[in-house]
Design a protein around this ligand. Structure first.
Ligand code: C2E
Ligand code: MG
Ligand code: MG
Ligand code: MG
Length: 281
């Protein structure tokens, strides 16, 4: 059974294929055109400093509006983009778009850095620093307005090469943070070698602070980060008690649904106004 896919392409589906596999094949094929057909957009999630009651920046998160399937989660399409290599042009688009948005906010008096998630494939090109520099120049954005998020698993292979590239990125003045920290293969023993500026505590920690043991672990991470001169940002803050626990443990920067879900550029302006109204009440 073959299904017509447009542009004179056919894709052969066999009876044994599950619906998941069929969906993956369709996404894989459509992802190629998604960039040029402008099906991607970015949403932004604020990071909030509870100590100073002020914004700590935004994380840019990629969204794909598929013409037939509707919104597809990055959890689903990023791995496909990584497999096919499309992640490289997609990330460059994301970087430029996020930098442009940051620049526009600045012109509106919203002076906040933006962070962009990286995939390990970007490091394999050995051109990442050059690309980042070129985008910053093109958009005329200060390097310290940009932050790049990497994950622990990225540094598992070619650690020396990644360290070298991170050093050159940071030399530009761009900051780097370690995303989803504490999940996967923990790189705790490498933290003094990997040149980063911040740790993002995975939301598994944030959502599991009800035992003294769990709190002890997070407390230790926060103290370690302090000694390494790293900022700590807690991900996935959804409830008031998360904030209470985290501040008791010395973590003051939060990101999560409690403050805001990732928002479109239009929603951000309203959200910011509301926050400062609340703070001033
Ligand atoms: P991440 O970088 O760790 O991003 C945080 C994810 O957690 C986002 O999901 C965000 O919407 C979600 N989140 C934030 N606050 C909460 C909360 O309070 N509760 C819960 N349950 N979730 C929360 P999203 O946007 O679906 O992105 C998922 C992952 O996809 C990201 O995880 C990142 O690894 C990847 N991703 C997203 N955009 C990009 C991109 O532009 N490039 C790359 N390479 N990866 C991306
Ligand atoms: Mg991230
Ligand atoms: Mg994360
Ligand atoms: Mg995460």
């Amino acid at each position: 059974k073959a299904k017509r896919l447009g542009k004179n392409q056919y894709c052969v589906y066999t009876e044994e294929m599950g619906t998941q596999e069929v969906r993956k094949m369709e996404l894989e094929k459509d992802l190629q055109w998604a960039l040029e057909q402008k099906q991607f957009f970015l949403v932004y999630q604020p990071k909030w400093n509870v100590k100073t009651n002020s914004l700590f920046g935004f994380e840019a998160l990629l969204r794909w509006h598929h013409p037939r399937l509707g919104n597809v989660s990055p959890v689903e399409f990023i791995p496909i983009a990584e497999e096919t290599g499309l992640i490289v042009p997609m990330t460059l688009w994301t970087l430029e778009e996020a930098c442009r948005q940051c620049k526009q906010w600045k012109s509106q008096g919203i002076d906040q850095p933006v962070s962009v998630n990286l995939s390990v494939r970007l490091f394999h090109t050995d051109s990442l620093t050059e690309w980042v520099q070129a985008i910053l120049e093109k958009v005329e954005l200060e390097p310290n307005d940009l932050e790049l998020e990497i994950t622990e698993s990225m540094v598992l292979h070619d650690i020396n090469d990644i360290i070298r590239q991170l050093n050159s990125i940071r030399k530009l003045g761009v900051r780097v943070s370690m995303d989803d920290f504490g999940t996967g293969y923990s790189s705790i023993g490498l933290l003094d070698r990997i040149p980063i500026d911040a740790l993002k505590l995975d939301r598994l920690f944030t959502n599991d602070l009800d035992t003294p043991g769990k709190r002890a672990i997070v407390h230790a991470i926060v103290l370690m980060a302090e000694n390494l001169k790293l900022d700590v940002i807690a991900e996935g803050v959804e409830h008031k008690e998360h904030i209470e626990f985290l501040t008791q443990l010395g973590c003051y920067v939060m990101q999560g649904y409690y403050y805001a879900k990732p928002m479109t550029q239009e929603e951000i302006g309203h959200w910011i106004r509301r926050q400062y109204e609340n703070v001033n009440e």
